[in-house]
Design a binder for this molecule. Structure first.
Ligand code: ATP
Length: 585
C-alpha cells in the first residue's frame, strides 16, 4: 500500500474538526487498506507503532529530525533550525523544504506503508550510544523518497506530533461501519478493545472474522484489560440511595493500582495507565507466585507502602519511590509494600468479568492464601448509611483515603467509570473539594525570589467530548523550592514554541508545553471565570469555570496520562454539587 494514500487521508482529517467527517475518512482509509497491514495503519494513524502497553516510542528528537532535513536539502543545520523557529511546526518545515528542494533524487521509489512501518520500527529499536547516526540514516532514507506531503506527516510521526484528533472511540466507530456496515456494533468492538487494550488486534479480528469474531473475542493473559473506575458521591446517604439497597463497602487504599497477569511462573504487572511495570515490584511478583493458588489468573489490586514493624499503611508518597528503573532492590528494602487484592477477572481459562461482583469476590477469596503481605481488601455488606460512615471512619484511621462502594450484582465493566463503583473520600466532608488532577499546559516566568524560574503554571482539564485540554486555573502556591527546580526539568522535554493544537486557552503563557504532566491540586471552590476556557458557555454564556485559590498538594500524578486528568465534565459536576450545598445550607 502506498504511503501517499495515508498522507492524503491525514491531510483531509487535519482539515476537519467534525467527528462524523473524521470517521468517514477513516472508513475510507480502512477499506483501502490490505487486511495484512490494517493493524499497522491504525497504530500509525494514532502516531504509534504498537498498542500503548508495549511501551515503544519512536522518539526522534527535534534536533535529529532537523539535522536529517538539513542533510537532504543541502541547507545548513542553522538555516533549518531558523526556519523551524519561524514556523514552529516540524511537519510544515519538512513540507516546505522538500517542495523547494531543487534537485530531486534520481531513482526515488514511491514509499509504501510497509517500508515506512519497518523503518520506523528500526528507528524505535535503535537506541543507546552510537545509535544517532543509524537513526538519522533510516530517517533520511525515508525522506529521500518522500513527497513533500508525505514528509510532513513522517516528520510529525517520528517526533511524536501526529495529532489528528483520532480518539480510540472514533477508530471503533469507523471499524464498525467499515467492517460490519452498522455503527451500532461499536459497543461490541468497544468491549473487545476494553478487554485487550489493542485497537490493532480488534481491527484485524473484525476485518477477518466480522462481528462473530468480535463476539468470540476473549480476555488474554498478558494483554492488559482497561480498568474499571469509580464515580464519586458526597455522602454515605447518597451512596445508599444510588445503590438502592445492599452494597459492598471496601477500603479505598492509597497506593498504586496493579493489574496482575499470572501465567504459570510468569507474572506481569500493569499500571492504571496499562504500562508494563513488572520490574518495579519483584516482591509483589513473588507474593503472587507463592500465594495465588492458580495457574492462570488476572487480578486487580492496590500495592500500598507499609511500615514493616507495625503493618500500618503509609501515605501514597512512599510508594512513589518504587517508580524507578534502577536500584529496585534497595527501594524494595526501604519501601516495603503489601498487596491488597479487590477483584479477579480471569481464572484458569475462564473470563470472569461477566460474573457479578459477589461471585468474583468469593472466587478471589478462594484463590488467595492470605498472609501479612498479601490479602483481599476488607469489605462489609450493608444498606445502612450509618454503618458506612462508621466503616469509613475506621478506614481513614487505618490510613486509607476513604471507601469504595460496589454494586453486588455488577459485572466487571472494563474501561468504564460508572456508578457500579462509587468512591467516597474524606475531603468531601470538609469545606474543600476533592483533589483535582490537572495538566500543565503553560508557564509564566516568576518575579522576586522566583525570578529566572517559572513562577506560575497554567493548568487545564481534559475535555473528553472534544479530546482537547481547556484551561481551568493558574497556580503558584504549594511548590517547595525543590519543586521549583525540579519542575522545569520535568517539563523541559515537552516545551514547544507555540500553544499546543489540543490546548484551548484565552490566556497567553510565556512558555507552552505539550499536555503531558499531570499534577494534583486542591482548591477552595469552583467559580465562574471569563478567561478560562474550561466549560465555556456551559453554565453561563461567556463564562467558563475555574478553580479559586488552587494549591499544589505535592503529588505529581505521573501514574496518570493527560487524558486521565479531571475532566471538564467532572468540574461542571463539582460546580453543580457546590451550588446544591450552598442552597442546602
Ligand atoms: P483517585 O485520584 O481518587 O485515585 P482515580 O481516577 O485514580 O482516582 P478512581 O476510579 O477515582 O481512580 O478510584 C479508583 C482507584 O482507587 C483505583 O484505580 C485504585 O487504584 C484505587 N483503589 C483503592 N482501593 C480500591 C478498591 N477497594 N476498589 C477499587 N479501587 C480501589
Amino acid at each position: 500500500m502506498e504511503y501517499t494514500l495515508i498522507a492524503e487521508a491525514y491531510e483531509k482529517m487535519e482539515e476537519t474538526t467534525k467527528r462524523t467527517d473524521l470517521t468517514a475518512y477513516l472508513v475510507e482509509l480502512f477499506k483501502a487498506t490490505p487486511l495484512k497491514i490494517l493493524d499497522k495503519v491504525i497504530y500509525l494513524t494514532q502516531g504509534k507503532l504498537y498498542p500503548d502497553y508495549m511501551g515503544v516510542e519512536i522518539g526522534v528528537a527535534d534536533k535529529l529530525a532537523l539535522r536529517t532535513l538539513a542533510n537532504i536539502t543541502g541547507l545548513t543545520a542553522e538555516q533549518v533550525e531558523e526556519y523551524y523557529k519561524q514556523k514552529g511546526d516540524i511537519g510544515i518545515v519538512a513540507q516546505d523544504l522538500l517542495t523547494n528542494k531543487k534537485q530531486q533524487t534520481l531513482f526515488s521509489e514511491p514509499l509504501t506503508v510497509e517500508r515506512v512501518y519497518t523503518t520506523l520500527e528500526k528507528i524505535a529499536k535503535t537506541t543507546g550510544s552510537g545509535s544517532l547516526d543509524l537513526r538519522l540514516a533510516h530517517l533520511q532514507s525515508l525522506l529521500n523518497d518522500a513527497t513533500p506531503l508525505e514528509a510532513k506527516y513522517l516528520m510529525r510521526t517520528v517526533t511524536g506530533r501526529l495529532r489528528l484528533g483520532v480518539a480510540d472511540y472514533t477508530v471503533l466507530d469507523a471499524l464498525a461501519i467499515a467492517f460490519t456496515g452498522n455503527k451500532e456494533n461499536r459497543i461490541h468492538l468497544e468491549r473487545a478493545y476494553n478487554i485487550s487494550s489493542d485497537l490493532g488486534a480488534v481491527a484485524k479480528t473484525v476485518a477477518e472474522e466480522g462481528l462473530e469474531g468480535i463476539l468470540r473475542f476473549r480476555i488474554q493473559v498478558g494483554k492488559p484489560v482497561r480498568p474499571m473506575l469509580a464515580e464519586r458521591l458526597e455522602s454515605a446517604e447518597a451512596i445508599v440511595e444510588k445503590m438502592g439497597g445492599e452494597c459492598a463497602i471496601e477500603y479505598k487504599l492509597d497506593g498504586e493500582r496493579l493489574q496482575i497477569h499470572k501465567l504459570g511462573e510468569k507474572v506481569e504487572l500493569f499500571s492504571r495507565r496499562l504500562e508494563n511495570i513488572t520490574t518495579h515490584y519483584p516482591d509483589a511478583i513473588s507474593l503472587v507466585k507463592r500465594h495465588i493458588k492458580a495457574k492462570e489468573a488476572i487480578l486487580d489490586g492496590e500495592a500500598v507502602a507499609i511500615n514493616e514493624e507495625t503493618g500500618e499503611y503509609l501515605p501514597f508518597q512512599e510508594i512513589m519511590h518504587r517508580r524507578r528503573k534502577y536500584g529496585i532492590e534497595e527501594a524494595m528494602r526501604q519501601y516495603p509494600i503489601s498487596l491488597n487484592l479487590f477483584d479477579i477477572l480471569y481464572l484458569e481459562g475462564e473470563d470472569l468479568t461477566q460474573k457479578p461482583y459477589l461471585e468474583r469476590r468469593k472466587i478471589l477469596e478462594k484463590v488467595t492464601e492470605k498472609t501479612e503481605r498479601i490479602t483481599v481488601i476488607p469489605a462489609i455488606i450493608t444498606a445502612d448509611s450509618a454503618k458506612i460512615e462508621e466503616f469509613m471512619q475506621q478506614a481513614i484511621l487505618d490510613g486509607c483515603e476513604g471507601i469504595v462502594a460496589k454494586d453486588l450484582k455488577s459485572s466487571y465493566r472494563a474501561g468504564a467509570r460508572e456508578f457500579s463503583w462509587i468512591k467516597l473520600k474524606r475531603e468531601y466532608k470538609s469545606e474543600l473539594q476533592d483533589t483535582i488532577d490537572l495538566v500543565i499546559v503553560g508557564a509564566f516566568y516568576g518575579k522576586g525570589k522566583r525570578a529566572g524560574r517559572y513562577g506560575t503554571f497554567l493548568l487545564a482539564a481534559y475535555d473528553k467530548e472534544e479530546d482537547v485540554f481547556k484551561t481551568a486555573t493558574k497556580i503558584g502556591t504549594g511548590f517547595t523550592d525543590e519543586d521549583l527546580v525540579r519542575f522545569p526539568e520535568i517539563l523541559q522535554p515537552y516545551m514547544i514554541p507555540n500553544k499546543h493544537a489540543r490546548v484551548e486557552s484565552k490566556i497567553e503563557a510565556d512558555v507552552w508545553f505539550t499536555p503531558k504532566v499531570v499534577i494534583e491540586v486542591i482548591a477552595s471552590e469552583v467559580t465562574l471565570s471569563p478567561v478560562h476556557t474550561c466549560a465555556m458557555n456551559i453554565i453561563r454564556k461567556g463564562a467558563g469555570l475555574a478553580l479559586r485559590f488552587p494549591k499544589y498538594t505535592g503529588r505529581l500524578r505521573d501514574d496518570k496520562a493527560p487524558e486521565d486528568a479531571t475532566t471538564v465534565q467532572e468540574i461542571v459536576e463539582l460546580y453543580k454539587a457546590q451550588l446544591k450545598k450552598i442552597v442546602e445550607q
